[in-house]
Design a protein around this ligand. Structure first.
Ligand SMILES: C[S@@+](CC[C@H](N)C(=O)[O-])C[C@H]1O[C@@H](n2cnc3c(N)ncnc32)[C@H](O)[C@@H]1O
Length: 301
């Protein structure tokens, strides 16, 4: 017997989204409820960094925000999308440093929403991929605040893609997994990930893996050949992005030599071979230029 209540319904909007028309002029910005009604709060995914990779819906939310709570890894250019009068609250946490804490973030969200302000909680990538978006949604539910999630392009997908690495490829990789190495291998850490199972999958994408890299590599090597291709992409899509293409057997040494630092994504699997041969580029300089595609034979001609 199922433990879950059986329910089939159309997705309910927890709060109305701003309409495209309502962003067309400053006079048409939604009026704040001035404290009569709470919120709404939008839990917005900002994508991997480059503001070009923001969704249209996220951009609309930013344009209409009266308060923005943002994290550490966000590209400052994203805040340029926010009206000047908007309150900007940094709630990030640097590795190894105490942040303001998750409970304090919940309190801040609830406080600003109860003042009747439109609140954007801006998070890197997608709010529901290692982003604690679920916890913040639950806290808002408990406080009776209307809210909605605005999915973002996760770094787990976008950063490898822009490095020329397809996570799946017919005949090469028929599956991929995204796993966090946060606190991996540390004494006392709750371990819910079956790393033996993970290591056997075709493509393994590891987030938050820089400090635990020796542990992660040793676990993957239990089931993967040392010549398995591996890539680390540091600050993907952001100014100063760096890519290391190597193999599992040399990864530790090469990452140390290159001084790879967080934020970085590790991709392990045969699909990484495509990065070496791809002529794709992360640079957006030429993407929007009409007609340039035609100068590149074999691409979208
Ligand atoms: C707390 S997780 C948040 C992930 C985010 N919610 C997402 O969907 O992309 C942070 C980790 O994501 C990865 N990451 C996020 N942005 C990145 C970027 N621009 N380049 C490389 N890795 C990135 C790094 O592994 C970083 O340690």
């Amino acid at each position: 017997m199922s433990r879950w209540p059986k329910e089939v319904s159309a997705p309910a909007l927890r709060s109305p989204l701003p309409t495209l028309a309502s962003t067309t002029g400053s006079s048409s910005r939604l009026l704040s409820s001035g404290g009569s009604f709470p919120g709404p709060v939008w839990l917005v995914g900002a994508g991997p960094g480059d503001p070009e990779l923001l969704t249209l819906r996220a951009w609309r939310c930013l344009q209409q925000a009266e308060v923005v709570l943002f994290d550490r890894l966000l590209d400052p250019r994203l805040l340029a999308e926010v009206p000047v009068e908007t309150e900007r609250c940094y709630v990030g946490k640097a590795p190894g440093q105490p942040g303001i804490g998750q409970e304090a973030i919940h309190r801040l969200l609830i406080d600003r929403a109860r003042r009747g302000l439109r609140v954007v909680r801006l998070k890197g990538g997608d709010p529901y991929v290692f982003g604690r978006g679920g916890e913040e949604g639950a806290a808002l539910d408990a406080a009776g605040i209307p809210w909605q999630v605005v999915p973002g392009l996760s770094s787990a997908l976008a950063v490898p893609a822009l490095a020329g690495i397809p996570l799946t490829h017919r005949g090469v990789a028929g599956n991929f997994t995204v796993v966090t190495a946060h606190r991996a291998g540390q004494a006392g850490a709750t371990q819910t990930t079956d790393w033996d199972a993970i290591a056997r999958l075709d493509t393994v994408v590891v987030l938050m893996g820089v400090s635990a890299l020796p542990w992660v590599v040793s676990r993957l090597l239990r089931h993967r050949h040392p010549e398995t291709p591996a890539a680390m992409i540091e600050r993907g899509t952001l100014p100063g992005e760096r890519r290391l293409i190597t193999d599992l057997g040399h990864l530790l040494q090469d990452a140390a030599l290159g001084g790879i630092a967080a934020p970085a994504i590790l991709v392990v699997g045969d699909v990484v071979r495509f990065a070496a041969t791809s002529t794709s580029t992360a640079s957006v300089d030429w993407l929007p230029t009409p007609g340039l595609w035609k100068q590149l034979p074999g691409r979208c001609a």
